[in-house]
Design a protein around this ligand. Structure first.
Ligand code: COD
Ligand code: ZN
Length: 367
């Protein structure tokens, strides 16, 4: 099967749209005809070399589509089913899967680090050359093959463009609030970074019933979006020191929860510095892999503050995605307002240029 796909050949280059050969699914795999793929900053981090991936690869880790074909032994989905693709495969039986932390499963890490599916091979070829699967998803391809365990079936009448956003931005942001921090009603929250993922931390905090939600960004348009998604206060960190303003907004106390959704050591430290005693800072953003972050022992121990990370919203996608669909249908989760741009796959580099300029909230590539 031939498919148009966006390939990253070398760090620092643009994505190249090429026609690749997609092999049929093998045992335990499915082939998806993609409907839409999300434009997330994490793919941009791969293009700039900030995040490491095996290349050449078809990028994209957020996506939805329709099952086109299933390999031997697949029973959880059938051709014609609408699905969301997960960027972290999980085996379902290891210690972490059993404990409700499937994003920590070693199977998913193996695919992420090698760019190959579980049998050690890829299903994409370009003129006989092996093309890697980014995050086991490679959603920037008209067709792609993925382990059947890494899809979530969604209702037949659910719009696939909105569904796409659930697969990374929404579950990562809302999940960090619900699962990692477990934000309590009436609490105070600061969110550093109000982009495509940060805005979902903000709406997650609003759904969780936080009383004060303070959004921090450098761009006025993002802070405007933050208010629309439930922020009670906004801070432009270009104009003022966010830690000082957060302290003064909380009467000197600090916030119960702070989220870093940018990926910079300085803002991770700011998130920690604006906590109250026993406050929790959750880091969602990733800095270059060798970075270290330090915090003062005085506040860590004597104030019992916590600094932790959250990967993929610390979620259980087979439970959390249906829950997010229900929240959307109940009018509580904003997806229509989140989707601010659509680009055909041929214009995917323009979509990333718009992301770099800070336009909109979340865009999708369409097929
Ligand atoms: N202070 C305040 N805000 C800032 C600063 C700063 N110093 N610098 C940048 N920002 C704002 C930007 O203006 C922008 O609004 C926002 O931070 C970032 O938003 P986006 O839309 O560009 O990026 P997202 O939301 O698509 O992605 C954010 C991540 C943190 C997820 C991403 O950057 C990242 O670190 N990814 C790696 C982690 C990972 O792989 N996660 C899983 C897949 S997403
Ligand atoms: Zn993402």
């Amino acid at each position: 099967m031939k498919a148009k796909a966006a390939i990253l050949f070398t760090v620092g280059q643009k994505l190249d749209i090429r026609e690749v050969e997609v092999e049929p699914p093998r045992s335990g795999e499915v082939m998806i005809r993609m409907a839409a793929a999300g434009i997330c900053h994490s793919d941009l981090h791969v293009m700039t070399g900030h995040l490491v991936a095996q290349l050449p690869a078809i990028l994209g880790h957020e996506g939805s589509g329709i099952v086109a074909e299933v390999g031997p032994g697949v029973t959880n989905v059938k051709p014609g089913d609408q699905v969301i693709r997960l960027w972290r495969l999980s085996c379902g039986i290891c210690e972490y899967c059993s404990n409700g932390r499937p994003a920590l499963c070693a199977e998913g890490l193996q695919i992420r680090m090698t760019g190959r599916l579980l049998d050690g091979t890829t299903r994409f070829k370009l003129d006989g050359m092996e093309i890697k699967h980014f995050a086991g998803v490679s959603s920037f391809s008209e067709y792609s093959v993925i382990p059947a365990k890494a899809v979530v079936k969604i209702p037949d009448d659910f719009p696939l463009d909105k569904a796409t956003l659930l697969g990374c931005g929404v579950i990562t942001g809302v999940g960090a609030v619900f699962n990692a921090a477990r934000v309590k009603p009436g609490s105070s929250v600061a969110v550093f970074g109000s982009g495509g993922v940060g805005i979902n931390v903000i709406q997650g905090a609003a759904i969780a019933g936080a009383e004060k939600i303070i959004a921090v960004d450098l761009l006025p348009n993002k802070l405007q979006f933050a208010k629309q998604f439930g922020a009670t206060h906004t801070i432009n960190a270009k104009e003022m020191n966010p830690v000082e303003v957060i302290r003064s907004l909380t009467g000197g106390r600090g916030v119960d929860y702070a989220f870093e959704v940018i990926g910079l050591p300085a803002t991770i430290r700011q998130a920690y510095d604006c906590l109250c005693r026993r406050g929790i800072a959750v880091v969602v953003g990733v800095t270059p892999m060798t970075t270290e972050v330090s915090v003062p022992i005085m506040t860590l121990v004597f104030e019992e503050r916590a600094l932790t990370g959250s990967i993929y919203g610390s979620s259980r996608p087979q439970i959390d995605i249906p829950m997010l669909i229900n929240l959307y249908r109940a009018g509580k989760l904003k997806l229509d307002e989140l989707l601010t741009g659509r680009y055909p796959l041929s214009q995917i580099n323009e979509a990333y240029e718009a992301l770099e300029r800070g336009e909109g909230l979340r865009s999708i590539a369409t097929f």
